[in-house]
Write a protein that binds this ligand. Structure first.
Ligand SMILES: [Zn+2]
Length: 75
């Protein structure tokens, strides 16, 4: 799938990237996009993925492609 992106040397689908950010399995994930920001840890490219950790919640996850940094926007 064209949605897959390489993160820290490993190919990730939207679902697997969302699970990396969330730390557990997720219900659904949208296509991965490039976030308009740099990683605060290493200056690397940050990816953005919207996902549903549960049926009642939609959040936006951010993950650096080059290091362990990630963040979740739960607004
Ligand atoms: Zn980084």
């Amino acid at each position: 799938m064209a949605d897959n992106r390489v993160v820290q040397g490993r190919m990730q689908t939207p679902e697997s990237l969302a699970e990396l950010v969330e730390g557990e399995s997720v219900m659904d994930a949208e296509p991965i996009e490039d976030a308009d920001r740099e990683c605060p840890e290493c200056g690397g490219n940050v990816l953005e993925v919207g996902y549903m950790p549960s049926a009642m919640e939609f959040v936006t996850g951010y993950k650096c492609q080059d290091c362990d940094w990630s963040e979740v926007d739960r607004d």
